[in-house]
Design a protein around this ligand. Sequence first.
Ligand code: ZN
Length: 577
Amino acid sequence: MRLSRMFMPTRKEDPADAEIASHKLLIRGGYVRQLTRGIYTFLPLGWKSVKKIQRIVREEMDAAGAQEILMPGVQPSELWQESGRWDDYGPELLRFEDRKGGEFCLGPTHEEVITDLVRGELNSYKQLPLNLYQIQTKFRDEPRARFGLLRGREFIMKDAYSFDLDEEGAEASYEQMYEAYGRICDRLGFDWSAVEADTGAIGGEKSHEFQVVTDTGEDKLVSCPDCGYAANIEKAQLPADGFEAPEAGDLESMETVETPGKTTIGEVCDFLGVEPTDCVKTLLYEVDDQAVAVLVRGDHAANDIKVRDFLRDQVGMEFATLEMADDGTVYDLTGASVGYAGPVGLDVPVYADNAVREMANFVVGANADDTHRRNVNWERDFDVEGFADLREAEAGDPCPECGTALETSRGIEVGHVFYLGTKYSDAMGASVQTDEGVDQSLIMGCYGMGITRILAAVAEQNHDEHGLIWPMPIAPYHATVLPLQMNSDEVVETGEEIYEELQEAGVEVMIDDRDEGVGAKFKDADLIGIPVRVAIGTRGLEDGNVELKLREEDDDELVPVDEVADRIVEIVEERGA
Ligand SMILES: [Zn+2]
């Protein structure tokens, strides 16, 4: 490809709304352009890499026995009514009507469509197991689209769905996909980890996320250095036992203290001379139209997923949405601004994290502006309706498997496998006849992988201050040829010869034949991150040499003109293009 003809609009400046490297560099390198919030066009470089990611994913899915299909993006509401998700899914589901008033959505996922497909076509256990997948554009109306391709609203995803007769078969299907995902992550060159995860809006009995480990990742992860346990922090369970209530004799009298303008735990601790572990945070949630208070120790963070599951499964509440109360609601409930809520005299059910059970004489908000209470004790001063594991795990917390101190890291989720069980097949009546002639619901699994998100995750893990550094298997081009002085016939001719030789050898190569200065050519080459660069200059040619440089290495190397193409072919092959 000739850069003089290529649509590769690079930019010097970072986009104003970009916070992380992958977002900045994919825009600046001319890989993608935003059309509107969270919706992107893939330019030639970006699309070439996306197609390479798709190829790797396809190869591994096919090798694992899955068969590719393509389902529609537009889905009728009737199917979502059947599964119950038309009501459950919330505002991320983009809904609309057609001209006849029929209700539809843009598919964020395809459990309903695939279940509808197979219930009409499968009738005997002999047709199982079956695994169907597609690579397709999805839409989720994210409230906070950001980080470029990492949290977009429209994105390309690979989704697979397995159907089995019994649990043993379904476990085997899950395992096959789990293994295939590991191979895909390896081929993409990721530093990755498979972690236990929440099943969220998809549902089901168990799931694992495939996380690309990076400091800028949105997901918090915990892992055990001893036994290999790893989980998304949303899912990481903490011990439920061993929390002793304090002795009654140790309780001191409650007092009210003025804390003007001190609304955070840090400010309150500094002002009162106490530690965060002496404080209890009172968090108010709106659960549909009811309010609930959740208490956690001052240095702990509440885990919204655990709160949601606890209220549903233990307390028995039924609700569609659970969110933190806004400032106005906090004021209505407590009579105070945010930062001064406390459980004493609060007229909503109070639940507390297990760690609060063993606390005595703690500090809480006093439900009045600029005021806190000291020496507060649960049971004596207020009722707790229930204790449970409601907080986020932290570094140093005990591993739920072996008790060793957990470590924390951050990750970008690129894949998610779910063991669904019969959630969709029961709801939608997808069954086959067993060999005894009995109708039995299909046992399902579903397996998602974010194709366009992978592009951003690779960029996030492979860049420096000058630009992107693509691993060979998904680089848009393997090599780039830079004739440095376009006014020298010798330089131009040598560049063209090397370019031609590489093309004939099957190397995907670009040549920067633009009439640009040396600095601009090097800058663009670094920015777009092609793995191999060969620069041809008048000085090197005096001795018959050109400069060969790998993007991931600092130093270049002088190589004789007639050897450089062979060297590049070797490098490309070694790195698994
Ligand atoms: Zn462990």
